[in-house]
Design a protein around this ligand. Structure first.
Ligand code: COA
Ligand code: AMP
Length: 635
C-alpha cells in the first residue's frame, strides 16, 4: 500500500486503523475498547486489553520456535567483548532477575530505577521489571548523582539496579559510588540497591541496602510474565523541560507495544529476524524504543553497542559493526556522523568494510544539516532518512515511511507525518500557517498509541505544557514549516531546551546552578552553534558588586559545579563575564538576542529592550574572547 492512502486512513478513522494494528500482538486479553478517555479526560488506547511486554519481547518468540535466534548482540569495543544472547538465554536471564526482584518485595506497580551502562544486564533489568509489572525508570549514566537524586525523589523507587561502573573513552565512570552519593542526597531511600559488579577496579562500599546482582539471581526462582492492563505504565522516562525540574514521561503498555511493532515494519522497513541497530543509549528514549522494546517485539536481533563512533578505537567502529553483524537498518544521531566525518573526511575507513547488508541509514535526535546528510548518502550509498520525534512521542512523528514506499528525500526535511500523527503548523493564534511559513509544530488530538499518557505525579504540568497552548492540539515545543508538498522542516526548539550531541538539556536547569555560585548576581545560559555537537551551552554572568574573581578561576568553578550537578554530558565549558544582560523593560532576559549575537546570526534589536547600548558591549565581549575561534573545537 502507498503512503498517502495508508496515512489518510490512519487520520480519518484512527480507531479502525489501530484496531487492525493491535491484532499483530499476542494479547492475553484482546481489547474491545480501542480509544477512550481516562479520568483526567485524556485519550487512552485499548483500555480493557491485557498483555505483558516481557512476554511479547521474549517468550512469544520461543513459543513460535525462535529460541535459538540471537535476541541481542553485545558488542563492546571498550572492553573488547562480543557476546551473542539468544532468545532462550534472554528468557533465562530476565526470568531469574524478575524472580530476584520479587524476592526483594517488588510487585506490580512498584517503581525501580535503573542506572546502568550499555551492558546486557541493563536490558535484562528493563525486561525483568516489565515481566512483573514493575515500572522502570532508566536514568542515563552521563547524569551526575544530583540528577539521579532528583529522579529518586520524584519516582520513589523500591529498588535501584546499577553496575559497578561504565567505561567512557579512557575513563572509568563509577556508577555504584554515584548511586551511593545520590541516595545520601535524596529524601526518599530505596530499600535495596542491586549492583552488577563488572570487576573493573571500582571499589564497592558495603552499604546496608546493597545486594549483589549475581548472588540475587543465583538463588532466585524463574518468574512467568504477569498480565497487566494496556494502560499500565511500562516506564517513566525523565526528560528536560523548561524549568529546572525534569519531567517524568509516562508510557503505557498496550499502545506502546502496538505502535512500536507497527513502526518496525512501516517506518524502518525491518522484517522479523533482521538485524537492527540503534546506536544510542538505553538511558534515552531511542534506547527504550529501538534498542530494547521495538526490535525485540519484532523478533529482530538488536545490537547493544558499548562504545562511541570515534576513539573506540577509531572512526571505523560503526562500519565494522554493520559489516560484522550484518546490520540491515541502522539509526544514529547526525552528531555521530559529524564526529566520524571530522576524523575520516574522505570516508577511507568505510572502504575497508562490506556494508552490503545495510539497506537504510536513519538519523534523528537533532536537526540534520544538509552537509551531513549528503556526506552520509555519498559514502554509504543507501537512502539516508532523517526522522523527527521526541521522548514524549516515544516513536517517530515525521519520517519517510520506507516500509510503505520510499518517498523523495528532501534535504533539511524529516519528510512527512507518520501514520496516526495529524501534524499541523500553527501561528501564535492557533491558525494554520500557509505553505513555507514557519510556526509551532503541533499534533491534532488524539495522539496515536504509544505516545505519553501523562507526567508522573504532575498532571497539571502535562496539561499546561502540552495541551493548553493550542486547544485540541499537542504542542511539541518545536518550530517548523510545511512546504507545498506537505514535507515538514523542523527549525528547532521554541523554548529553553537545547540539544547537545543529540542529548536534550535544559538551559533553565543550568542557569539555576550557575546562579548559585557565590560571585554571580545573575546569569543567562543559552545554546550556541557547535560544528560537531550541533549546539553547546554558553553562560553569561553578571558579578555581584565587590566580587573580583579571576576569569579563569570563575570559569573553572562554575564549569565544575555544572559538571558535578548535572553531569559531564551537559558539555558546559564556557562562561563569560558581562556588566549587564539585555532585558526587556519588564525585566525578561533577551536570550534569543544573546544567542543570535553569539552565532553571528542576523538579528533585530527588539523595541522592548531597556538599554540598547548593551548590545554593542556584548558583541565586543564575544569578539575579545574569540568565541568564534573555540566554537569549532570539540571540547
Ligand atoms: N556515562 C558517563 N559519562 C558520559 C556518558 C555516560 N554514559 N556519556 C557521555 N559522558 C560524558 C563524556 O565522557 C564526556 O565527558 P568529558 O567532558 O569529560 O569528555 C561528556 O559526557 C560529553 O559526552 P558526549 O556528548 O558524548 O561528547 P564526546 O565528546 O565524548 O563525544 C560524540 C562526542 C559526538 C562522539 C558523542 O556525543 C556521540 O556519540 N553522540 C551521539 C549521541 C547519541 O547517540 N544520542 C542519542 C540520541 S539518538
Ligand atoms: P528527545 O526528547 O531527547 O528525543 O529530544 C527531542 C527533540 O530533539 C525534539 O523536540 C527536537 O527539538 C529535536 N529533534 C529530534 N529529532 C530531530 C530531527 N530529526 N530534526 C530536528 N530536530 C530533532
Amino acid at each position: 500500500m502507498k503512503y498517502k492512502e495508508f496515512y489518510n486512513r490512519s487520520i480519518q478513522n484512527p480507531e479502525e486503523f489501530w484496531k487492525e494494528q493491535m491484532q499483530n500482538l499476542a494479547w492475553y486479553k484482546k481489547p474491545n475498547t480501542i480509544l477512550s478517555r481516562d479520568s483526567d479526560n485524556h485519550f487512552e488506547w485499548f483500555k480493557d486489553g491485557e498483555l505483558n511486554l516481557s512476554y511479547l519481547c521474549i517468550d512469544k518468540h520461543i513459543e513460535d520456535g525462535y529460541g535459538h535466534q540471537n535476541a541481542i548482540i553485545y558488542d563492546s569495543p571498550v572492553t573488547n567483548t562480543k557476546q551473542n544472547i539468544t532468545y532462550s538465554e534472554l528468557q533465562y536471564e530476565v526470568s531469574k532477575l524478575a524472580g530476584g526482584l520479587n524476592d526483594l518485595g517488588v510487585v506490580t506497580g512498584d517503581t525501580v530505577i535503573i542506572y546502568m551502562p550499555m551492558i546486557p544486564q541493563a536490558i535484562y533489568a528493563m525486561l525483568a521489571c516489565a515481566r512483573i509489572g514493575a515500572i522502570h525508570s532508566v536514568v542515563f549514566g552521563g547524569f551526575a548523582p544530583h540528577e539521579l537524586a532528583i529522579r529518586i525523589d520524584d519516582c520513589e523507587p523500591k529498588v535501584v539496579i546499577t553496575a559497578s561502573n561504565g567505561i567512557e573513552v579512557e575513563r572509568i565512570i563509577p556508577y555504584k559510588p554515584f548511586v551511593d552519593k545520590a541516595i545520601e542526597e535524596s529524601k526518599h531511600k530505596p530499600n535495596y540497591v542491586v549492583n552488577y559488579n563488572r570487576k573493573q577496579g571500582v571499589e564497592i562500599s558495603n552499604k546496608s541496602y546493597d545486594i549483589d546482582y549475581d548472588v540475587l539471581t543465583a538463588k532466585a526462582s524463574i518468574i512467568e510474565p504477569v498480565p497487566v492492563s494496556s494502560t499500565h505504565p511500562l516506564y517513566i522516562l525523565y526528560t528536560s523541560g523548561t524549568t529546572g525540574t525534569p519531567k517524568g514521561i509516562i508510557r503505557d503498555s498496550g499502545g506502546y507495544a502496538t505502535a512500536l511493532k507497527f513502526s518496525m515494519k512501516y517506518v524502518y522497513g525491518v522484517d522479523e529476524g533482521d538485524v537492527y541497530w540503534a546506536a544510542s543509549d538505553v538511558g534515552w528514549v531511542v534506547g527504550h524504543s529501538y534498542i530494547v522494546y521495538g526490535p525485540l517485539l519484532n523478533r529482530n536481533t538488536t545490537i547493544l553497542f558499548e562504545g562511541k563512533p570515534i576513539k573506540t578505537p577509531d572512526a571505523s567502529t560503526f562500519w565494522r559493526v554493520i559489516s560484522e553483524h550484518k546490520v540491515k537498518v541502522m539509526f544514529t544521531a547526525p552528531t555521530a556522523i559529524r564526529a566520524i566525518k571530522k576524523e575520516d573526511p574522505q570516508g577511507e575507513l568505510i572502504k575497508q568494510f562490506d556494508l552490503s547488508s545495510l539497506k537504510y541509514q536513519f538519523l534523528a535526535g537533532e536537526r540534520c544539516d544538509v552537509a551531513t546528510l549528503k556526506w552520509t548518502e555519498n559514502k554509504l550509498k543507501v537512502p539516508v532518512i532523517d526522522h523527527w520525534w521526541q521522548t514524549e512521542s516515544g516513536w517517530p512523528m515525521l519520517a519517510n515511511m520506507v516500509g510503505l514506499e520510499l518517498l523523495k528525500i528532501k534535504p533539511g526535511s524529516s519528510a512527512k507525518p507518520v501514520c496516526g500523527y495529524d501534524i499541523q503548523i500553527l501561528d501564535e493564534d492557533g491558525v494554520q500557517t500557509s505553505a513555507n511559513v514557519e510556526g509551532y509544530v503541533t499534533v491534532k488530538l488524539p495522539l496515536p498509541p504509544g505516545t505519553l499518557s501523562n507526567l508522573w505525579r504532575n498532571p497539571e504540568r502535562y496539561k499546561a505544557g502540552y495541551l493548553e497552548r493550542f486547544e485540541g492540539y499537542y504542542f511539541s515545543g518545536d518550530g517548523g514549516y510545511k512546504d507545498e508538498d506537505g514535507y515538514v522542516f523542523i527549525t528547532g526548539r521554541v523554548d529553553d531546551i537545547i540539544n547537545v550531541a543529540g542529548h536534550r538539556l535544559s538551559t533553565a536547569e543550568m542557569e539555576e546552578i550557575v546562579a548559585s555560585h557565590k560571585s554571580v548576581a545573575e546569569c543567562a545560559v543559552f545554546g550556541i552553534h557547535c560544528d560537531i555537537k550541533g549546539q553547546k551551552p554558553l553562560g553569561l554572568v553578571v558579578l555581584k558588586s565587590g566580587e573580583t574573581p579571576s576569569n579563569e578561576q570563575l570559569q573553572n568553578e562554575i564549569v565544575n559545579t555544572v559538571r558535578n550537578n548535572i553531569g559531564a554530558v551537559a558539555s558546559f565549558k564556557n562562561v563569560l563575564v558581562v556588566k549587564r544582560l539585555p532585558k526587556t523593560r519588564s525585566g525578561k532576559i533577551l536570550r534569543k538576542l544573546l544567542r543570535n549575537i553569539a552565532n553571528s546570526t542576523e538579528y533585530k534589536t527588539p523595541s522592548t529592550i531597556d538599554d540598547v547600548a548593551i548590545i554593542k558591549e556584548i558583541e565586543y565581549i564575544y569578539k575579545t574572547h574569540r568565541l568564534g575561534k573555540y566554537k569549532n573545537q570539540l571540547q
